[in-house]
Ligand binder design. Structure first.
Ligand code: PMP
Length: 377
């Protein structure tokens, strides 16, 4: 098997699984219980949270556990919107966000919030002048992803925050950092709120975090009884939280060395795929090397992906593309509907080997020639 869909999800690392198993076996108490087993579990959560907050140099209370980035994004956008309803009803997002952000925006529109979409240039970089123009006194939140999930465009969040601060003292910045964590250095201090998901960094599915600076007020989205968290009540998932700390600790190590290696693999693939007439490389100078997006001019992405699967090669596509729509990210940058209608995402990891890439390229050629011949006839 050659797995090249690491941006969709990653396999759980052995060490993380060990933490998970240990917590399941040895920490059986409910952290909300008063007895010693409960206290033991509660302490494990506190230790895990301390490890995470130390890594990001933030307060323990600024880390909120969620089920993943979709929930973190909901908590951030809806939570901020509801808490600031008297201050304003305007929210700005980029055109390069994950679909979960757009779905939340659609919901917020039904509640009377107004959503603006900030432009980007043809390299994918946020248009700072457009952002400045769009910020109004009633703008309560800007949400811009750290790294775009389809083309891997990386945004300069620190600069974006400075621009927002100049225009408004009360407007908050949220960033969906799901595709950034474990790939690039992440600084929570660049933003007011940030979403992350552990299954993208070799952790288990079902656990994410929301970083929320202590001065930010948000309304809870779920209600219940809990001593541990008023924003996410219920029994905390102790083993998942222990694994989250382990995943993050492992993910933020060695970023430079891993990136150098992945960049070499990316360059190898790009160099070869550029020789195909029917392929366009959707990369700009702001793309990180872990994500390589291509457009197929004559072949449907879905058909191509299934054909590659016959060789046990697993690639990603945009779900909208697979259902006959187009990739919003490719559209936002290249403004070409045809180019955006059949895209494939090849996502790489430090676990990917040169041998895998050689075999991938060889099978790619076979599948491409076969399907292209069918289209031509
Ligand atoms: N945001 C981004 C940028 C993502 O890539 C993803 C996962 N595809 C999500 C949010 C949703 O994450 P989760 O699966 O943890 O809900």
């Amino acid at each position: 098997m050659i797995y090249l869909d690491y941006s969709a999800t990653t396999p759980v690392s052995y060490d993380v699984l060990e933490s998970y198993n240990k917590a399941c076996k040895e920490f059986i108490g409910n952290p909300n219980s008063l007895h010693s087993l409960g206290v033991k579990s509660k302490k494990l959560i506190q230790e895990a949270t301390k490890q995470i907050s130390d890594l990001f140099n933030v307060l323990d209370s600024e880390i909120i556990y969620t089920s993943g980035a979709t929930e973190s994004n909901n908590m951030a956008l809806i939570g901020v919107a509801l808490a600031n309803i008297k201050k304003g009803n305007h929210i700005i997002v980029s055109k390069l966000e994950h679909p979960s952000i757009y779905k939340i925006c659609e919901y917020l529109e039904t509640l009377g919030f107004e959503i603006s979409y900030v432009n980007n240039d043809n390299e994918g970089l946020i248009d700072f002048d457009d952002l400045k123009r769009k910020i109004r006194p009633e703008t309560i939140l800007v949400s811009i992803c750290a790294v775009n999930s389809e083309i891997g465009i990386r945004q300069p969040l620190k600069m974006i925050r400075q621009i927002i601060r100049k225009e408004s003292t009360s407007c908050l910045l949220h960033s969906d950092m799901t595709q950034g964590l474990g790939k690039i250095p992440i600084n929570f201090h660049d933003v007011d709120l940030a979403s992350c998901s552990m299954h993208k960094i070799y952790g288990p599915k079902g656990i994410g975090i929301l970083y929320k600076n202590s001065y930010v007020n948000i309304c809870p989205l779920i209600y219940g009884s809990s001593k541990e968290s008023t924003l996410r009540p219920g029994t905390p998932p102790v083993p998942l939280i222990a694994s989250a700390a382990k995943s993050i600790r492992l993910a933020v190590q060695d970023l430079d060395r891993r990136e150098t290696f992945i960049k070499r693999l990316n360059e190898k693939i790009t160099k070869e795929l550029k020789t195909y007439d029917g392929i366009l490389i959707n990369q700009t100078k702001y793309s990180i090397p872990h994500i390589l997006n291509i457009s197929l001019k004559n072949i449907k992405a879905e058909t191509f992906i299934h054909a590659m699967e016959e060789y046990e090669i697993y690639l990603g596509t945009n779900t909208a593309c697979a259902s006959g729509e187009f990739s919003t990210s490719v559209m936002a940058i290249f403004n070409d509907k045809k180019r955006a209608s059949s895209t494939i995402r090849i996502s790489l990891s430090y676990l990917t080997t040169t041998d895998e890439i050689n075999r991938f390229l060889s099978h790619f050629k076979t599948v491409y020639n076969k399907l292209n011949a069918l289209v031509a006839n």
